[in-house]
Design a protein around this ligand. Structure first.
Ligand code: 3PY
Ligand code: MG
Length: 252
């Protein structure tokens, strides 16, 4: 079973996570120590590359936190690099069809199960060759979560959720809103209805659903609705909001 599914299935209730967009080892370590259930390291919109992600991954390694990384795109090259440096659970943005989801799963498995390029003794994932069974067993631990964040994905969500090797589905409200014609307004009733429809389809497929909450009230509501993993904020938000609040307090 994937490490992701094992972590989700270990207990009922929502896992609360924090988005990492500062691209910093130091702040990642602070956030890991704060006790979040999971951290998302963002390679899609944050200024990250394999080198910066590696440092953050090493910084949080001592902490009991589930680590998820988002490559900029779900292509075979990005997926292989992210897995090689030691990420086990990947969140793939912009997945619009079952065929795309199948290709993503294939990119995360070595032949004959898929097409992932082979590095063993030179990859951190195999502990530089010390894990002798890595090539034979890596597929068992890898977790693939795909993002549902467009009108096309919404139309195909049942088929995407049914793809073997897709371990979870995560709704991206910002892109979903934009795709449906409500750029910057994920609270629009039409977007909220789309989220509910996707959530129902994911649940019907027996897969865990995740979402990026819009604020703490939304996070609580999504937890009550049955979302299994919820992003409740970002490292940038904590710093920016904390800084503004501190200034407000001291200037009052
Ligand atoms: C989105 O909202 O579009 C995301 O990708 C993450 O929340
Ligand atoms: Mg998005």
């Amino acid at each position: 079973m994937s490490a992701f599914r094992e972590w989700i299935d270990a207990a009922p209730g929502a896992r609360l996570g924090l988005w990492q967009a500062l691209a910093s080892n130091y702040t990642a370590e602070i956030c890991a120590g704060a006790g979040f259930d999971w951290l998302l390291f963002d390679g899609e919109h944050a200024p990250n590359n394999a080198q910066t992600l590696l440092g953050q991954l090493q910084a949080v390694a001592p902490y009991p936190v589930h680590v998820i990384a988002r490559p900029p795109v779900g292509d075979a090259v990005s997926i292989k690099q992210y897995l090689d440096i030691g990420f086990t659970t990947l969140l793939i943005p912009m997945v619009d069809s079952a065929a795309q989801a199948e290709a993503i799963v294939a990119a995360s498995r070595f032949p004959p199960r898929g097409i992932r390029g082979v590095a063993s003794s030179t990859s951190r994932a195999s502990r530089f060759g010390a894990q002798a069974d890595y090539l034979a067993t890596a597929h068992e631990r890898v977790g693939i979560i795909v993002q549902i964040e467009s009108g096309a994905a919404l139309a195909a969500v049942e088929e995407i959720a049914a793809v073997e090797g897709v371990d979870g589905l995560f709704i991206g409200p910002a892109d979903l809103a934009a795709s449906l014609g409500y750029l910057g307004n994920p609270r629009a009733p039409e977007v909220q209805a789309a989220i509910d429809r996707a959530f129902a389809a994911i649940g019907a497929a027996g897969k865990p659903a995740g979402i990026f909450a819009l604020d703490t009230d939304d996070a609580r509501a999504r937890a009550g609705q049955g979302f299994a993993f919820i992003s409740i904020g970002t490292d940038i938000g904590l710093l920016a909001n904390g800084g503004r609040a501190l200034l407000r307090t001291c200037r009052a």
